[in-house]
Write a protein that binds this ligand. Structure first.
Ligand SMILES: NC(=O)C1=CN([C@@H]2O[C@H](COP(=O)(O)OP(=O)(O)OC[C@H]3O[C@@H](n4cnc5c(N)ncnc54)[C@H](OP(=O)(O)O)[C@@H]3O)[C@@H](O)[C@H]2O)C=CC1
Ligand SMILES: O=C1O[C@H](COP(=O)(O)O)[C@@H](O)[C@H](O)[C@H]1O
Length: 507
């Protein structure tokens, strides 16, 4: 069967000269083009303040694609045709004049298809500029047809609960919720979406997926790089805002949600919202027992000297901003009663590794002699999200030989063996951009989800602000974070789980 034709579309990229466009958006759009996912009638209108002609802009983007596309040597194919879909305009997004020009552009099309095209406005700009742009679009009477106009908001969405709520209220006054696509790029990752397939397309796991059989859940998003040139942004954010409020809570929702009735966008989002609403909100007096922060010092990673966070560009020399956060959450509902969800993330850690682990309870009774096993808690399901992409189920086996000696082994589903190499898997931004073009909001955050996530994070932010850290910097680059993070989990009798080094993929 032939796929239905896609609606003609014009994609405006506000911030077309910026880093996100260069490293993520354009490589994703080019791959969508090569895979024939873009509408036949399609244009990309990039806007920035830098000086570019169409030719110099296209060359600049070509370089970005060659450096960052998952496909190697892809520019040999169809680059010319793709590049002609892009136009660059130098304009100030704070000026009303810019929107008059956009309105003129949108409304005075010479080509008939453009007059009927879907308009997408992608905010690839600083978060403080995005609300200004939304107001300007509204004043210029753009985005008036909800069926044909959409706006994409990058993260962070708000700086705290109040600012996110205020922004949602204002956007709700001038646009329809279904026009607003709030990106969380983790939701576009293949391995993250696969959590839904694993849980809800197999009857095998569901009977075990609850507090009767699961001891605890861990979510790790470790990076082996520092903040690089994003110090200015990071000083306003920190690890809790940058990763936990969005990506990590979304992962937790995928693991903890009830089975959806359908894949309708609102059905999935309702089920995830139920999880967010059930997460126990720590009182400010409880925060210090349940949340840990850290900041990396100067040191070495794999023989390379690295700066401490406080020496990074645009970072204050006495900065109190956390580059590591670990939090213990509980989801207070029937399914998850008393099951801890340990979440940790950090920069400049031992390795790049995003993974979730479901640790099952031990067998209720063992007939084996005590010395037979190294561990009596062998059953664990690990989903490696990136850069490793696999799912492994660990169970106990008998080691060959005359003794009854038990040894845990892994049964592994590996993406590259099953579906080809990494360059065959679409990048998160490919999936998400295609969804925006198609008008499918399932993988995007709804206003109430964003606010529910901020409600969970807000008391931690406040407790940390009232009690500034006294031991920063407190972890070495290349480590797994501060000692307090080990203590957070050790006091419950557990430890953080990592993949053995020899099985990790380098970034
Ligand atoms: N970069 C990344 O890896 C990630 C970024 N994000 C989010 O994406 C958004 C963009 O980030 P990023 O690309 O890194 O930021 P950059 O600072 O690299 O880019 C900002 C862009 O906005 C343009 N711009 C700024 N002010 C104006 C103005 N008044 N008029 C017209 N254009 C303007 C800049 O144009 P010019 O430079 O020509 O002046 C530039 O193109 C942010 O919200 C960020 O939080 C989210 C996840 C990852
Ligand atoms: O959103 C962000 O995510 C990246 C990590 O993303 P990943 O896809 O490489 O896991 C993080 O580096 C960045 O600080 C944060 O803003």
């Amino acid at each position: 069967m032939q796929a239905p034709k896609k609606q003609p579309t014009i994609l405006f990229i506000f911030g077309g000269s910026g880093d996100l466009t260069y490293r993520k958006l354009m490589p994703a759009l080019y791959n969508l083009y090569l895979d024939k996912y873009l509408p036949d009638q399609f244009r990309i209108i990039s806007i920035g303040r830098s000086d570019f002609s169409n030719t110099t802009y296209r060359n600049y983007i070509k370089k970005g694609i060659s450096e960052h596309s998952r496909r190697k040597d892809c520019l040999k194919i169809a680059w010319k045709e793709f590049s002609e879909l892009m136009e660059y305009y130098k304009a100030d997004l704070e000026s009303e004049k810019t929107y008059k020009s956009i309105a003129g552009y949108v409304k005075n099309y010479e080509d008939e298809w453009k007059a009927k095209a879907t308009e997408i406005y992608y905010m690839s700009i600083a978060p403080q500029l995005a609300p200004v742009v939304a107001e300007r679009l509204h004043s210029a009477k753009l985005m008036t047809d909800p069926a044909r106009s959409r706006m994409v908001f990058e993260k962070p969405f708000g700086h705290d609960l109040q600012s996110a709520t205020d922004l949602n209220i204002r956007l709700g006054q001038i646009f329809k919720e279904e026009q607003i696509y709030r990106i969380d790029h983790y939701l576009g990752k293949e391995t993250v979406q696969n959590i839904l397939a694993l849980r809800f397309a197999n009857a095998l796991f569901e009977p075990l997926w609850n507090s009767h059989y699961i001891d605890y859940v861990q979510i790790t998003a470790a990076e082996n790089i520092g903040v690089e040139d994003r110090g200015g942004y990071y000083e306003q954010a920190g690890a809790l805002r940058d990763m936990v409020q969005n990506h990590m809570l979304q992962l937790l929702c995928m693991l903890a949600m009830e089975p959806p009735l359908s894949f309708d966008a609102n059905e999935i989002r309702n089920k995830k919202l139920d999880v967010l609403k059930a997460i126990r909100i720590w009182h400010k007096d409880e925060v210090h027992q349940n949340a840990v922060r850290g900041q990396y010092e100067a040191g070495w990673i794999e023989g390379k000297q690295v700066k401490g966070y406080r020496q990074e560009k645009n970072v204050a020399p006495d900065s109190k901003v956390e580059t590591f956060a670990a939090v213990k959450f509980y989801v207070d509902n029937w399914r998850w009663k008393d099951v801890p969800f340990y979440v940790r993330t950090g920069k400049c850690m031992h390795s790049k590794s995003t993974m979730v682990t479901i640790q099952f309870k031990p067998a209720p009774q063992y007939a084996f002699p005590n010395e037979a096993a190294e561990t009596w808690r062998p059953n664990r399901l690990t989903v490696s999200i990136s850069p490793q992409m696999d799912i492994r189920l660990r169970f106990q086996t008998k080691q060959p030989g005359p003794q009854m000696a038990l040894q845990p082994v892994d049964m592994i589903f590996n993406y590259s063996d099953a579906y080809g190499g990494e360059d065959k898997q679409p990048e998160a931004y490919e999936t998400l951009l295609e969804d925006v073009i198609e008008g499918n909001a399932t993988l995007f955050m709804r206003a109430d989800q964003v606010e529910a996530a901020w409600e969970i994070i807000q008391p931690i932010l406040e407790a940390w602000k009232t009690r500034p850290p006294v031991d920063f910097p407190n972890y070495a680059p290349g480590s797994w974070g501060p000692e307090d993070a080990e203590a957070l989990i050790a006091k419950d009798g557990y430890h953080w789980i990592t993949l053995p080094d020899n099985e990790k993929k380098k970034r």
